[in-house]
Design a protein around this ligand. Structure first.
Ligand code: BGC
Length: 722
């Protein structure tokens, strides 16, 4: 980002700050939900006139985002903003915040699905589109991207994540930040992004939402915080503190994490917001004896703005008067908030633009990016006897199951603005793509007719999944399985013996025994957004080859959780057959992280590292030949992993360091090159300080998933100083 502009915005913020009364300063620290259920609108308008709030969250329920809510009413939004701009003493506009998590009018696949694309460029382009739609409607600030590392698919919020890996998560969430913020926040169509949830929330015990987290300092600094470090490097404008207790300290009351690590060590200069009432939760956690103490602790920990809570409003004025609140820290918080407003050009452009919004809402270009992303998010887990692609003519196709016509479900659980009627269902997508095809279908619920239709078909596409109401916030599951009845449907259809394509529309990886038993082809299609049906039809009929790769390991059963590719080597058990992981279950997951097939057939050969030995501060290079030995052009996501032996810490059996998407025609080959650098084998110590590896052995693996067996070795040796 442009430093001249940053300095200019800082100056403006400082000038404004110098004119503010203590009340006006404190006012900026509050974010109000303006819930009509709590107060009449006149109460809020008076408050805005008095400068009581810095921001307004556009949430229409106590529990933002989880249900389709009211549309944004541009007229009333502008009317209240007008009061802030024209009637408050200093005319400071309100920052309008809304959860634009993965779509607005145009809805993209859920972030976990997007992560399966392994395509940061495309993600960035798609987010530019939704940023534009949201900004034109008067939204200035979004609470995305979520960068929680998730190793437990029972946690309902995995849908909002990029999965289990810090590098994949960092690259994708950096792309989201670029998509929202662009190079210059003052360009039209930009939003302030928010890196959340800082930090560790994805490690909730048992996958239970809001539950406690126990994370070792090593895992915290090397895994959990990695995407936040990357977000700060990407100049993310804001960060949200999380709900969880981390090893005895609730994060929204942790000076060590917020003030020291984030604002201090990482030099984060933007604004820190709490999660919904997470400062008030400090009292519930029992670490603050009342809400006043909670407010003080939240503020001291470094949280600049309190989300939707009166807690700062109620207590900070008194605490300031009593001299218990640092005036210096107050000024610092206010400056961060004002600077965010200046950076965004909010003083010049405080209002929603209704005319622009009519043009940007679901513009064709946006739909194209959403469809491309929906397509690249599909992971083909199996394709026996090359059942797919199908011919769009001359066969009789049954399209069945609870998700064949589903629309609302495709929007996922955190979609406030997308409209159900804009969704192309899977059945509609197929019908549009192949109008001449003889298509059989039945209503979504199980019936004898469903089996009869399957019997009459040449091929069956059976669409199963979980609904948006069973994942997302506070929607965790104890048993990782398809909803009741669906295994039976798969079984009944499977027993017809017809070639069976199963499309799984889920918000997380879910093992399905009947699918494993009967499906010839499995497509993991997530909640794919408004364009999902079109994307799937193109894949089914071969206009596009699937290219997605799993961003999370698929466990065989709930009891295998947590299972993730980057597990540490298990000392004693390594290579000894009688030291099994389980007596009653295979140790290996159902599908490993990074796995996914295409209509091409990719072969990797001639893996090579340039130098067999390097000095500890040197780079190295690896290459591999990739060949599409199949008959169909396709794209492969080549993944480069390393395993490090050396240093006094155990390392993951494999660590992803980079990946490349490569399109190859049938029979074509190419050489892929990966750069390997000391930052890939350094690690962070318990204080978060980088520790270079002075000597060790590195094995490099390059392939199409994380379960690659053969690697190439090189050594890192300590540089001899003369
Ligand atoms: C969620 C956040 C969200 C906020 C505002 C909270 O319940 O944890 O992710 O941004 O609500 O809607």
């Amino acid at each position: 980002m442009d430093t001249m502009k940053l300095t200019a915005t800082r100056l403006k913020a400082e000038q404004l700050l110098s004119k503010m009364t203590p009340e006006e300063k404190l006012g900026q620290l509050g974010q109000v939900a303006m819930l009509k259920s709590l107060h009449p609108i006149s109460y809020y308008v008076d408050g805005v006139r008095a400068g009581r709030w810095g921001s307004r969250i556009l949430a229409d329920s106590e529990w933002a985002g989880n249900e389709m809510g009211q549309r944004i009413d541009i007229e009333s939004l502008n009317a209240i903003q007008k009061v802030a701009v024209e009637e408050s003493r200093l005319g400071i506009p309100l920052l309008h915040a809304r959860d634009v998590i993965y779509g607005h009018g145009t809805v993209l696949p859920i972030p976990l699905g997007q992560a399966a694309s392994w395509n940061p460029e495309l993600v960035e382009q798609a987010y530019q589109c939704i940023a534009r739609e949201a900004r034109d409607m008067g939204i200035h600030w979004t609470f995305a991207p979520m960068m929680d590392i998730c190793r437990d698919p029972r946690w309902g919020r995995v849908i909002e994540s990029s999965g289990e890996d810090p590098i994949l998560t960092s690259k994708l969430t950096q792309a989201v930040i670029r998509g929202f913020q662009g190079k210059d926040l003052q360009e039209p169509g930009r939003l302030l992004a928010c890196a959340k949830h800082f930090c560790g929330y994805g490690f909730s015990e048992g996958g239970r939402d809001y539950d406690t987290t126990e994370i070792s300092p090593h895992t915290l600094h090397n895994v959990v915080l990695a995407p936040f470090r990357a977000a700060v490097q990407e100049s993310v404008a804001t960060v949200m503190t999380s709900f969880n207790d981390l090893g005895g300290t609730p994060v929204s009351g942790s000076q060590k994490l917020v003030r020291q690590w984030l604002k201090g060590q990482q030099n984060f200069e933007g604004l820190v917001v709490s999660d919904w009432a997470s400062i008030a939760d400090l009292e519930r956690f029992g670490v603050s004896k009342n809400s006043e103490e909670a407010a003080l602790r939240g503020f001291n920990s470094g949280i600049d703005m309190a989300m939707t809570s009166d807690i700062y409003d109620d207590h900070l004025p008194k605490l300031l008067e009593e001299g218990r609140l640092s005036r210096e820290q107050l000024d610092d918080s206010v400056l961060r908030i004002l600077e965010a407003k200046f950076k965004l050009g909010l003083f010049e452009q405080p209002y929603a633009d209704e005319e622009a919004s009519k043009i940007s809402w679901r513009a064709q270009e946006h739909l194209n990016f959403a469809q491309k992303l929906a397509s690249e998010s599909v992971v083909m887990l199996r394709n026996q006897h090359d059942l797919l692609p199908l011919s769009p003519k001359g066969i009789r196709l049954a399209v069945l199951g609870p998700y064949a016509c589903a629309k609302r479900q495709a929007l996922g659980s955190w979609c406030i603005d997308g409209l159900t009627e804009d969704v192309t269902s899977i059945l509609d997508g197929i019908r549009r793509f192949a109008p001449e095809l003889d298509i059989l279908t039945t209503p979504s619920s199980f019936s004898d007719e469903m089996i009869a239709q399957a019997r009459m078909a040449d091929v069956v596409v059976l669409c199963v999944g979980e609904s948006h109401v069973s994942n997302g916030e506070a929607k965790s599951k104890a048993n990782l399985s398809l909803p009741p009845g669906q295994e039976d449907i798969i079984e009944a259809i499977g027993k017809t013996g017809k070639p069976l394509v199963i499309i799984q529309c889920t918000g997380r990886p879910i093992p399905s025994p009947a699918t494993e038993r009967y499906a010839s082809t499995i497509l993991q299609a997530w909640h794919g957004g408004t364009e999902m049906g079109k994307a799937l039809a193109e894949i089914i009929f071969g206009k596009t080859s699937p290219s997605g790769k799993m961003p999370m390991t698929v466990p065989r059963c709930t009891g295998q959780i947590p299972t993730y590719y980057a597990q540490k080597p298990r000392g004693k058990a390594l290579g000894v057959p009688q030291y099994r992981a389980y007596e009653d279950e295979d140790e290996k997951p159902l599908y490993p992280f990074g796995y996914g097939l295409s209509y091409g057939k990719f072969k990797y050969q001639n893996l090579n590292v340039q130098n067999k030995q390097i000095d500890s501060d040197e780079k190295n290079f690896a290459s591999v030949e990739l060949i599409n030995v199949g008959n169909i052009a396709a794209t492969e996501v080549a993944q480069c992993y390393i395993h490090v032996r050396g240093g006094d810490r155990t390392r993951s059996s494999k660590t992803l360091i980079d990946f490349q998407r490569q399109h190859l025609e049938a029979g074509e080959s190419c050489i892929l090159h990966f750069e390997l650098s000391p930052e890939h084998w350094m690690s962070y110590d318990e204080q978060g300080q980088p520790q270079p590896l002075s000597s060790g052995e590195i094995t490099v693996y390059i392939g199409g998933h994380s379960n690659i067996e053969h690697g190439a070795i090189f050594n890192v040796v300590e540089r001899q100083r003369c």
